[in-house]
Design a protein around this ligand. Structure first.
Ligand code: F6R
Length: 616
């Protein structure tokens, strides 16, 4: 949560920092601020609310220095306000901070006892006080950081400036991500590469407790013991345009429409078209063959899947699909529960962690806990070289490119594509996927992009129907089998975007309670593609209809039965049970998008949310 950026270079720092903050705004939008060198002093501007408020404040301001920092906030300690906005400034020290200082109360007590004047309610301001005190003796920002770093407990990434050394910027982290961008005549540090990639594609990912000292266009990195280290510069292949709206009104709509291409990209490394073979390519690094990967995976006797939010629903699909196709026992868990409930991980357990950002605090902590217990870890991430990706043994990628809309869309459908190839690979290893079945599945998978294009035409329907849909007092999403996690995700999307009450339920569970909610004002969204539980879902739907519920149905092809039972019927192409969820998600994304838009809400940045949840 929170996005931070620091810049030194020959471009106008105001433009670079504001542009970077725009890319980082998905991480939080409670307030924003910058501190930029001007006439030898760091000039600070802050504004409550969205970045546009800050842009308005600085639009006529010119800065003549070449260094500065910026911040976009997701509030943890202290309400969203200008007073609590970053950068925090104490004497000549300015800092931006992402994360939480857990021992802030004891630090605050000590600072107050020594007469410090604390202006905000944040834990972050305390860091600036500590640095300022250290600088009285050290007169050197690098040494001051080295003294302060061991005093901080929690999860943080920080960039600091000091007026007495105006060409210097010191950045350090313990927990949340921090990336260094090394350009020709410029250096950037930021919470993620989206803020850097339009300036340079050469980056260095910092590890916990490393410190980077930027001095003009030079930099050096210190390891946790203070020794200088030379880290590899990685060249990333991200397209800077992936972080732009490209003519769409919102990132979310762009990302929904990008899905056919994104899913094709996710599948591409794992399908050998010429030989019609599914294989996990590159999961153990570029030099390890698919055969060796299979050999190692053949040892697995038990699978746990761990994730949060939308990624958790992807994990539920993995649980159903892998178990059904391989007969290996699979369990899905919320990362926030798994990490604390002391689970038993038998020998030969594989823990699959799913995370778009690769930084979600609970998921990362679960990974570390499982690793300590000797389990092998497989990550499915979108952000390469994120903490989760780096710490896993096997690495699979969503390949969705930058997902900026806070509500996840394309990352989920890409994950489901990857789960398909993973399940098929494990089934082959277990001798449970016949050759003709493999070829048939490949054909189905390859049809997905074209089929998604067809499903995207429902955009028009929902843009027109949104006005009537938003009048319902509540929404119940129901489905069975693989459509159950789809129902849960549909409800989550509507809640987080439109702030309407929505619940996802296993269709067969309706009669055990939720059916009491149903009346004329309740919309029932049913996901009932033609699969082996279709008939059962139809029976549940009859029960709902008998009580007056208004049905919006998603089914396969021209399903007359479902049509008769529904007020609105949205068709997805007749598919395979394994690919249905990918297609069925698209109308649900469009529905939430248009209902939220028709309510005048900000779909890219829903209230109280942030994309990368690096706090517990
Ligand atoms: C919902 C959404 C969140 C994330 C969750 C996990 O639209 O985006 O529920 O799925 O915060 O994030 P990652 O996948 O980055 O671990």
């Amino acid at each position: 949560m929170c996005g931070i950026i620091g810049y030194f270079g020959d471009k106008d720092p105001k433009n670079v920092i504001l542009d970077g903050l725009k890319k980082l705004e998905y991480r939080g939008y409670d307030s924003a601020g910058v501190c930029i060198l001007d006439d030898g002093k760091f000039s600070r501007f802050r504004a409550e609310g969205k970045l546009s408020n800050l842009e308005e404040k600085v639009k006529d301001k010119q800065f003549n220095g070449h260094i500065g920092i910026g911040h976009t906030r997701w509030a943890t300690h202290g309400v969203p306000s200008e007073r609590n906005a970053h950068p925090h400034k104490v004497s000549g020290v300015s800092i931006v901070h992402n994360g939480i200082i857990e021992n802030y109360q004891s630090i605050k007590k000590e600072l107050l006892a020594n007469g410090a004047k604390i202006e905000s309610e944040t834990d972050s301001e305390l860091i600036a006080h500590l640095l300022s005190i250290a600088l009285e003796d050290t007169k050197d920002l690098e040494t001051a950081v080295e003294q302060v770093l061991p005093k901080l407990k929690g999860a943080f990434s920080i960039v600091a400036l000091w007026e007495e050394e105006p060409n210097k910027m010191v950045a350090f982290k313990d927990g949340p991500p921090l990336v260094l961008g090394v350009g020709e005549k410029e250096i950037l540090v930021a919470s993620d590469i989206t803020a850097i990639v339009s300036h340079t594609k050469d980056v260095v990912f910092l590890e916990d407790k490393e410190v980077v000292i930027v001095n003009g266009t030079d930099y050096k990195i210190l390891d946790p013991r203070g020794n200088e280290i030379h880290k590899k510069i990685e060249h990333i292949d991200w397209n800077p345009e992936a972080a732009e709206k490209q003519g769409y009104d919102t990132y979310m709509l762009k990302e929904i429409f990008e899905q056919p291409r994104a899913v094709a990209q996710a599948l591409e490394p794992h399908i050998d078209i010429e030989n019609q073979v599914i294989q996990l390519q590159g999961a153990l690094g570029p030099d390890v063959s698919a055969e060796e990967i299979n050999k190692r995976l053949a040892q697995v006797e038990r699978i746990f899947v761990v994730a949060c939010g939308t990624s958790y629903y992807a994990g539920m699909v993995a649980e159903y699909m892998i178990e059904k196709m391989t007969r290996l026992p699979v369990e899905i868990e919320f990362a926030s529960e798994f990490r604390y409930r002391e689970p038993v991980l038998p020998p030969k357990s594989l823990v699959i962690v799913i995370s778009q950002s690769g930084e979600t605090a609970d998921t990362l902590a679960s990974l570390r806990m499982a690793k300590e217990q000797g389990a092998e870890i497989m990550s499915i991430c979108n952000v390469r070289s994120s903490s989760i990706d780096r710490e896993a043994d096997y690495h699979l990628y969503m390949r969705a490119e930058a997902e900026i809309g806070v509500a996840s869309t394309k990352a989920l459908t890409c994950t489901l594509a990857v789960i398909n190839v993973l399940s098929a690979t494990l089934a082959k290893i277990k001798g449970r996927l016949a050759r003709d079945e493999e070829v048939a599945l490949i054909q189905k998978l390859q049809q997905i992009p074209a089929e998604m294009e067809k499903v995207l035409v429902h955009d028009k329907f929902f843009s027109e129907a949104a006005n009537s849909l938003k009048r319902y007092k509540g929404f119940l999403y129901i489905g069975r089998g693989l459509s159950f996690p789809v129902a849960l995700e549909g409800a989550l999307k509507l809640k987080e975007l439109a702030y309407l009450h929505a619940e996802g339920y296993a269709a067969g569970e309706m009669k055990h309670g939720p059916i009491a909610l149903i009346d004329q004002d309740m919309a029932i969204v049913v996901i009932a593609p033609k699969d082996d539980v279709y008939e059962k879902t139809i029976s549940n739907l009859e029960e709902v209809r008998a009580r007056g519920g208004q049905v919006i149905a998603i089914g396969s092809g021209e399903d007359e039965v479902l049509k008769d039972l529904s007020l609105h019927y949205l068709s997805i192409p007749e598919g395979d049970w394994r690919t249905n969820p990918i297609l069925a998600l698209v109308p649900l994304q469009l529905m939430s998008y248009h209902v939220a838009s028709s309510l005048g809400l900000d779909v890219d940045q829903p209230r109280n949310l942030a994309k990368s949840v690096t706090v517990e």
